[in-house]
Design a protein around this ligand. Structure first.
Ligand SMILES: *Cc1c(COP(=O)(O)O)cnc(C)c1O
Length: 469
């Protein structure tokens, strides 16, 4: 061991390192360009230390340098997009990727990703086809619509419908429905981006049929209804339902478009869940065009679905914006597979992960919490108090904003004298190989186990063990 201080001239050359046996496995795994860049970075760091007299000669051995470089390369090779445990209590969490796809969708995505597919090729006719045709008949079958088209997300669907049907013309919307969905999606802003002029009618809490009727004029292009997805107005309220609004719009020759946000394809009440508007019912009530998300209650991939009258869908498809907003083949592959599950509603609660999580029996969640409590308790010292707790999950993504689902999990509190302990624990859990994400409220770190798949319990337990280490 040479523990004398190293000088810059003791540093090995890049060439010598590249030929050192300790570096060979790294070259094999990461390739020459990455290894050269990492070695340069490491040599730069060592040079700084040597100039400052802060490093010993034995730290400049090729084996030592190889270990540091390997650590650098491993960190750089880690994907940024990582699997996490969603124990936030919000099932469709926008920041955590919303709906989880079923196996069937996974297989469809893998096939479309790795083999040529008939994305825009009509196999029957042997000529160019339309990508919407892959899912259009399924959407029509499940919603009763005449036609349908798919774009990147529901925000894109709303933008496309406004730009196509109301560019430089007026769109009539109730003041009670000028929602902000989160991020940058606000109805008035989308209107402006689409080139449509917003005409607000009524008041925040009450809008009547005559408010709409009075506002319709020569420059009106569309009446629009926006589902109040992330808030509820209660108390002294009035609004016009879809059928009433359709009658008003149609009497003046205007179409009615509905932005449903998290529209559902089945009646959630049949699964013991709070009721959310069903696309089929909204169309049956007279809406001419309905826009809804693919990855909210529908439980599919990120997509925006537009369903409704055939001549309106045809107009949307002719708009050049459609080309810019269209869905890709992986999305369409997943969407087709998810929609196909809806043909057998008997199995839906079991096969569609979103519905499976939302309908998970409370007894199963409680039993799981009891099973896993010792795991969390064992990983934390006596400064933390970990207890079983009843709690409520949210559906999320704006669906059913006021309804909560009874659930179970852990509540972690710090005992006296550990200031900032809860935030530090939360941060440590976020830095695990598979981060565990909970929610802090009332000086408590809450972990709702509703979204913890029973097949993932061993991995979950392993995270807590590595936390202790
Ligand atoms: C969620 C939502 C949107 C936006 O949908 P994305 O799929 O997130 O683009 C638009 N309108 C309403 C009413 C919504 O709830």
């Amino acid at each position: 061991m040479d523990t004398r201080a190293a000088s810059a001239s003791d540093l090995p050359s890049l060439d010598r390192l590249l030929n050192a046996p300790a570096i060979a496995p790294l070259l094999e795994r990461h390739g020459r360009s990455q290894v050269v860049a990492a070695l340069r970075g490491e040599l730069e760091r060592l040079r700084g230390l040597a100039l400052a007299g802060e490093i010993e000669r034995n730290s400049l051995a090729a084996e030592t340098i190889a270990r540091s470089v390997e650590a650098r390369l491993d960190v750089a090779a880690q994907p940024r997009l990582r699997g996490v445990f969603n124990l936030t209590g919000t099932v469709l969490h926008t920041n955590l990727g919303r709906a989880l796809l079923p196996e069937e969708a996974m297989h469809a995505i893998a096939r479309a990703a790795t083999a040529p597919v008939n994305l825009e090729f009509d196999l029957a006719a042997g000529s160019r086809g339309d990508r919407d045709a892959l899912v259009e008949s399924l959407i029509c079958e499940l919603t009763g619509a005449e036609a349908a088209t798919v774009v990147n997300n529901n925000a894109a669907a709303v933008l496309l419908l406004l730009n196509t049907l109301a560019n430089r013309r007026e769109v009539i919307v109730s003041r009670g429905e000028l929602v902000e969905i989160g991020g940058a999606f606000r109805i008035p802003d989308v209107m402006r981006s689409a080139g449509a002029k917003l005409v607000e009618v009524g008041t925040t809490n009450r809008t009547h049929a005559h408010d709409y009727a009075d506002a319709i004029g020569a420059r009106s292009a569309l009446v629009m209804k926006v589902h109040a997805s992330n808030y509820a107005i209660s108390g002294f309220t009035a609004s016009v339902d879809t059928a009433g609004l359709a009658a008003i719009a149609h009497a003046r020759g205007l179409p009615l478009a509905v932005d449903l946000g998290s529209g559902s394809l089945v009646d959630f009440a049949a699964f013991g869940l709070p009721r959310e508007p069903v696309v089929r019912d909204v169309l049956a009530a007279g809406a001419d065009l309905v826009a809804f998300s693919g990855d909210k209650l529908l439980g599919g991939p990120q997509a925006g679905i537009l369903a409704g009258r055939v001549e309106l869908i045809a107009k949307l498809k002719k708009n050049p914006l459609k080309r810019a907003l269209r869905a890709g083949k992986l999305t369409l592959a997943a969407l087709e597979a998810v929609l196909a599950l809806y043909r057998a509603p008997e199995f839906l609660a079991e096969r569609l992960p979103t519905l499976r999580l939302l309908t998970r029996p409370i007894a199963a969640i409680e039993a799981q919490a009891q099973r896993l409590l010792p795991v969390a308790q064992g990983a934390l010292d006596e400064r933390f108090d970990v207890a079983l707790a009843a709690m409520h999950s949210q559906i999320g993504s704006g669906a059913l904003p006021v309804d909560r689902l009874a659930s179970f999990g852990f509540a972690i509190r710090v005992r006296k004298g550990l200031r900032g302990g809860l935030d530090r624990l939360d941060a440590s859990l976020r830095h695990l190989p598979r981060p565990i994400l909970g929610r802090i409220a009332d000086k408590t770190l809450w972990f709702d186990l509703r979204c913890l798949d029973e097949r993932d319990e061993a991995e979950f337990a392993a995270q807590w063990s590595s936390l202790r280490a």
